[in-house]
Design a protein around this ligand. Structure first.
Ligand SMILES: Cc1cc2nc3c(=O)[nH]c(=O)nc-3n(C[C@H](O)[C@H](O)[C@H](O)COP(=O)(O)OP(=O)(O)OC[C@H]3O[C@@H](n4cnc5c(N)ncnc54)[C@H](O)[C@@H]3O)c2cc1C
Length: 329
């Protein structure tokens, strides 16, 4: 081929091409999961819609992901407690209209303990058995201050929920440390307090550097934590937005990620393909390291999550067959 005759500047006097290729480290393929092994357990996070158009988008997303039989799907609670009714309506819609197990996010922000307990009781009565218990973020531009009669921290909320009913409770964990924590050690102590208060698992803030998460698991184990610390996976299709959001929530954005998305600002198709490759590589690496539970921040868009679930070995099950929480055989 003519191209083999083209000399690359700067390499003319260096080692030959093959020699150069062969002096790098040898990296083997990631091990593939055998299709005989059970596929991983998945959960999906949605946010409550603000408009009819967004409502239609949410329901299209739910319907697309439902046959993957996630063990639960969760619905967020807006910053400052701003979506209480919409979160409630969405969770109840999921109870009524689908075969999915819903988990309602509930925060401490702006509510007394009595009001929070009343919301939890309302969920229990409606058949909701899983709560994602959070301190919550205050309304944008304000600092968090606990309600004078409310729960100050998520650990207090977990304890309150335990008094209300026998909920399955998930809490948040931060592989890169929560931005308001006084130290990584204090943040880890807080995670342990939440689990000791009665939570059954933690779901992590999203991260892009897999090594950061794996090191965090080591620290959790050393701190005596044995509950699952489920990785939160954020398939990034809007890089600029992810950078803005990461600055707020304390997730670092590695330089290589910016380089991968560079030049795709006006090219959504390429951006989506890059996003799929990045997220697929991340979950494959986690899976190769033994992780078999994943939580996806779907942003109410199903396609990347669906494709990545497929790569993880999860296969479609017809709606009638799909028992949420089962590992599909
Ligand atoms: C999986 C996941 C889902 C989320 N969903 C939502 C949502 O639906 N709605 C929403 O508003 N936000 C949500 N968030 C964001 C979350 O509310 C914020 O990160 C919030 O700032 C902290 O919530 P937390 O539950 O981790 O708080 P906590 O565990 O209470 O910790 C908050 C901070 O206080 C510190 N702390 C805890 N206890 C003490 C103490 N006794 N003394 C001193 N410091 C203490 C902690 O180290 C930490 O820095 C979510 C986050 C994650 C990871």
């Amino acid at each position: 081929m003519a191209s083999s005759l083209i000399r690359r500047p700067g390499l003319a006097t260096g080692p030959g091409t093959l020699e150069r290729w062969l002096t790098g480290p040898r990296i083997g393929p990631l091990p593939s999961r055998s299709m005989r092994e059970p596929p991983p357990l998945l959960s999906f996070e949605f946010f409550p819609p603000r408009s009819e158009a967004l409502e239609a988008q949410l329901w299209a997303c739910i319907r697309r992901l439902e046959p993957l039989a996630p063990r639960f799907v969760s619905v967020t609670y807006g910053a400052g407690g701003s979506t209480q009714e919409r979160t409630h309506a969405t969770v109840l819609g999921i109870v009524r209209e689908t075969s999915l197990v819903p988990a309602a996010h509930l925060t401490c922000v702006g509510a007394s303990r009595a009001e929070t307990a009343a919301i939890a009781r309302r969920y229990w009565k409606a058949g909701v058995r899983h709560i994602v218990a959070l301190r919550g973020d205050p309304a944008p531009g304000t600092r968090y201050a606990p309600h004078p009669e409310g729960c100050a921290y998520a650990a207090d909320l977990v304890a309150l929920l335990r008094e209300v009913a026998d909920f399955d409770i998930s809490v948040a964990a931060y592989p890169e440390t929560h931005p308001e924590a006084s130290s990584p050690g204090a943040d880890l102590d807080n995670l342990k307090r939440k689990l000791d208060a009665g939570a059954t698992r933690a779901i992590t803030q999203y991260f892009f550097d897999t090594a950061v998460y794996l090191r965090f698991l080591d620290r959790c184990l050393a701190a005596g934590i044995s509950a699952p610390i489920v990785p939160g996976i954020m398939p990034v299709s809007n890089f600029a937005q992810a950078v803005r959001f990461s600055a707020l929530c304390g997730a670092s954005v590695p330089g290589w990620l910016g380089e991968l998305f560079e030049g795709t600002e006006n090219d959504p198709e390429t951006r989506r393909m890059v996003a799929a490759v990045v997220a697929a590589e991340q979950v494959r690496l986690l899976q190769a390291n033994g992780v078999d539970e994943f939580h996806f921040y779907t942003l109410n868009r199903p396609d990347l999550t669906y494709a990545i679930a497929h790569i993880l070995g999860v296969r479609l099950r017809p709606r009638a067959e799909a028992a949420p929480g089962d590992r599909a055989e």
